[in-house]
Each structure stands twice: as C-alpha cells, then as structure tokens.
Write a protein that binds this ligand. Sequence first.
Ligand code: ATP
Ligand code: LTN
Length: 338
Amino acid sequence: MPENITAPEKKKRIFSAIQPSGTITIGNYFGALRNWVKLQDDYECIFAVADLHAITVRQDPKAFKKNILEAYALFLACGIDTEKSIFFIQSHVHTHAELAWILNCYTQFGELSRMTQFKDKSAKHADNVNAGLFTYPSLMAADILLYQADLVPIGADQKQHLELARNIAERFNGIYGKTFTVPDGYIPEVGARIKSLQDPSKKMSKSDENANAWVAVLDKPETIMKKFKRAVTDSDAKVCVGEGKDGINNLIAIMSSATGKTADQITAEFEGKGYGDFKTAVGEAVVEEFRPIREKFDQLIQDKAYLEEQYRKSAEIALKISQRTFDKVMKKIGYLPR
Ligand code: ATP
Ligand code: LTN
C-alpha cells in the first residue's frame, strides 16, 4: 500500500436499547433517542426495542403488541435509519434470552441485590417481585456483550447496570480467555435531563401516574399546549435560570433542547415577559419540533408490511453477528457443538 494511503479507521460499535413500555416522552427523546440518531453517522450502531425486559412488569397482551410496533415505528420516524444501522426487536433474536441464562450463572446474587433499580422497582410493584426483575441486568449484559459493543449510550440511571455488564465480561474473560469486549458507557455531554412538569425535582418519567407530568412525543398539539400551560413554576415571575426555580430551569432546558438556543438567548428573548407567555412559547416550540415526527409516524404505522420488512431484515443480521459470540461462549464453556 502506498505510504500516504492509510486504511480507514474501523468505526467503533455502539449498542443500545429502550423498553417499549407505553409512551415515549420528550425526556426519552432529548435524553436518548435524539442522540442515537446523531451517532449513526460516526459509529456502527446496533439498536433494539427491549421487549423481553418489558415483561418484568405485567403487560396486557393486546396493548403490549401495539406498543412494541408503535415504539419501532416511532424510532424510525425519529430518524433511526435501517440503511445505516441495525434496528431490531429483542425477542426476535433468540441468542439474547439464551446468553442471558448463561450469564446468570456468572452473576452473583449479591451483585444483583445491590442494583438500585431492582430495589426501587420491587418496592413499587411489591405484588410482583419476579425473578426476571432481579436478573434484568444479566439480560441487559447479554444484549451488549453479544455484539462486542465498544460503547453503550445510556442515561445515568443505567450506569450501575453497565458497570455490572463490564464485571460479568471481565469475569468470563478471566476464566476462559478473551471472549467479550468490555464495553464503556457513553453518556452524551448534551443530553438534557428533562424534569417532571408537575414536580420538577423529579425526572420526567413515562411511568408517572400523573399524565400532566410528562409530554409524549406523539401527544396531540392541543395536549402538549395544555400540559405546558399547567407546568408547575415559582412565584418569582422572571424567566431566567436560578436556584429554587426548578420549574423554570426545566422549561428553559426544554426550550433549549427544542430550538438549539442557549439559556442566555432564551432569557434575553423573554426579558420583561411573564411565565404565561413563556409556557406558551415552550409548548409551541415542542409542538413544532415534533410535528414532522408525528406526521412520519402516522404514515409509517399504516404500513405494517414496510415495518415488518425493516425489523426482519435487521433481526437477521443481528442474529448472524450475535450467533458468532454465542457459539464462542458455548465452545469455551465446554458444550458439545449442535
Ligand atoms: P420508566 O418510567 O419506565 O422508568 P423512563 O421514562 O424513565 O421509564 P427508560 O425506559 O428508563 O425511561 O429510559 C429510556 C432512555 O431514556 C434512557 O436512556 C434514559 O436515560 C432516557 N431518559 C429517561 N427519562 C429521561 C429524562 N427525563 N431526561 C433525559 N433522559 C431520559
Ligand atoms: N435497561 C435499559 C434498556 C436496555 C438497554 C439494554 C440499554 C435494555 N438492554 C442494553 C443499553 C444496553 C433501560 O431501561 N433504559
């Protein structure tokens, strides 16, 4: 090879997944999905709808089926592109559940007991503390390790699970020799942490029982406007970032995420104006940001054949990649070849 020509650098591989549990909020979008869309050009991306994880809480079969397909269509509408990335449905690739079992046997009870998500969720669903809720992190480790992912974009709440996935990978590699890539977390610098509109000391969460606390990407424009108008603020009546102004700080963060303007620009723009005007403006900005996504979603969800073609194509590739890792694992443990 001539000296001045170097081989193109191999792109790093990314894996991430989101559960299809109900509505996707603007928090999920600004905090996770939008970053995934941007990552597609610079990394080899593999994304999944984590529907196996979703049954750790009871799901109504009809609604569940609808939610999985809608989540898939919505992510495509947001810009996940199956020409650039692999985007599949977790339950369609059988290696995930299989490797999860294997990894369960390399994960300690004590490690799983320390997971704060398990502690929180088992307190919340005290009537259904199932073993799946407990071993949830081994399935998540399987998702990641099957693809030899270098980087895993996650929110702060998933850091502990990723740390456990790294420990499992290192433990397995320690016993059997290098089998898994030990993944790093990828926490984007500009991933706004969107807070609840009703209690801005908490994060906006799609499982919040108060529907006014969150805004869904697919909420109708009039619903979005209504929710912003009801957003909890303070009595200071000055649009600027400040201490004790969690509600306004949050609305400024949302405005900034939706428009790309800085907090200073927003403050200058709303100088002398009241909270009412500001809430209306934030609502309008959010409506505009999501209008094209909603239109694209409405069109995609009508076309079941197209959606099926996309997720089947991706699942086929995902199976091939993951099977290589899975076969290696089985061989190292000492299983007979099938
Ligand atoms: P749940 O209410 O069921 O816990 P959730 O809305 O918190 O759900 P997750 O499914 O836990 O959402 O998270 C999906 C992704 O969205 C994660 O990467 C998470 O960090 C991100 N995310 C969730 N909520 C927010 C938020 N309020 N702001 C920014 N990112 C968020
Ligand atoms: N547990 C994650 C979703 C998830 C995931 C993954 C994230 C399932 N498998 C693998 C990253 C990598 C959540 O609830 N946000």
